[in-house]
Design a protein around this ligand. Structure first.
Ligand SMILES: Nc1ncnc2c1ncn2[C@@H]1O[C@H](COP(=O)(O)OP(=O)(O)OP(=O)(O)O)[C@@H](O)[C@H]1O
Ligand SMILES: [Mg+2]
Length: 310
């Protein structure tokens, strides 16, 4: 176990940001910590790093209790904070060199690591730029390079793709995959569920400072009992229709927003046939038909009654 958190409680005055949070991260994982704004993702990371004190609970990293003076543990960790934290007056290469040099004393080795970090995030053409000359996406990449250049065994990335263009986003996701392939264990926080689905072996969903679900993306989707949705454009649906359609074998949930009828079902084909049959018998008009896969947002919605992305 690389990370073990037991019953962590963190209060900011009246507000309970972490409410008996439990979390385990195994070596080699890319763990996705998924939760809406304010759910406690950054707070939990800052507690793990001993940057924040907490009220109750236990945090073990690399099998040892984490404390502010655990420098041996800290050097094995890389942090990419949510807010970009680089020096405005230093160039890209100087910034990465500074952060790497905090951990790597051998200057030749440090130099080598800096070049590797530059390559990893694809900043080769910008090494002499100061941060203010970089686009938002490139600045994010610099932030990542600064956090990981010293080749840490455990890396925390706190929403590294917020407000990033698609090209930089892809580069960032690819870099994280590569770091993992090189052996790093990764904790990745985000509220973009597509990223988590693409990147993570295991997902922990948190809300209001508590773990509300965890598993692989497949197991999380299985939790809600359906695997596909049928979406049919229906201009007018009589009030009793929803009840009747609910009787169809396999149908788990029906939602109508006056434009689209969305049916969650375990038996897509049978549901489609029976639904169209119902429409024909009742002389109901319909338009385009398509299917959708269940997303992690559906899982979150089912558990909390809220949308993950607001
Ligand atoms: N320094 C602070 N003082 C008081 N309250 C705080 C402080 N930092 C965070 N909070 C509150 O604690 C809760 C958890 O915040 P946190 O930043 O950990 O959430 P998050 O999941 O990282 O959110 P986001 O996705 O917006 O980054 C929120 O309600 C937030 O307003
Ligand atoms: Mg945060």
């Amino acid at each position: 176990m690389i990370i073990e958190i037991k019953n962590l409680v963190k209060r900011y005055d009246e507000l309970t940001a972490l409410n008996h949070l439990n979390l385990v991260v195994e070596k080699g994982e890319i763990l996705g910590l998924l939760g809406p704004n304010g759910s406690g993702k950054s707070t939990s990371i800052n507690c793990m790093l001993s940057l924040l004190s907490y009220d109750k609970g236990e945090i073990n990293l690399f099998g040892q209790p984490m404390r502010p003076d655990q420098y041996e543990i800290k050097r094995k960790i890389g942090v990419v904070p949510q807010e970009i934290a680089v020096f405005d007056e230093l160039t890209v290469r100087e910034n990465i060199n500074y952060f790497c040099g905090l951990y790597i004393q051998d200057s030749a080795l440090c130099k080598k690591y800096v070049e590797e970090a530059i390559q990893l995030v694809g900043l080769e053409d910008f090494t002499k730029f100061v941060p203010s000359k970089l686009s938002g996406g490139l600045k994010r990449r610099l932030n990542i390079a600064c956090g990981i250049a010293h080749k840490p065994e455990l890396i925390f990335l706190d929403e590294p793709t917020v407000a990033v263009d698609p090209q930089s986003r892809n580069k960032i996701l690819e870099s994280i995959r590569q770091l993992n392939q090189q052996g790093a264990t990764i904790v990745y926080t985000t509220h973009y569920m597509e990223e988590v689905e693409l990147l993570c072996n295991r997902i922990v969903i948190i809300d209001q400072g508590q773990v509300i679900a965890e598993g692989t993306k497949e197991s999380l989707k299985q939790m809600i009992g359906t695997n596909e949705k049928l979406v049919i454009e229906v201009p007018m649906l009589p009030a009793n229709a929803q009840q009747e359609l609910n009787q169809i074998a396999g149908v788990a949930d029906i939602f109508y927003d006056q434009i689209n009828l969305t049916i969650s079902t375990t038996k897509l084909k049978e549901t489609l046939i029976a639904t169209l049959d119902f429409f024909a018998k009742n002389d109901l008009h319909y338009g385009a038909i398509h299917t959708q896969e269940i997303t992690l947002n559906d899982v979150f919605l089912e558990i909390t009654g809220k949308e993950l992305r607001d």
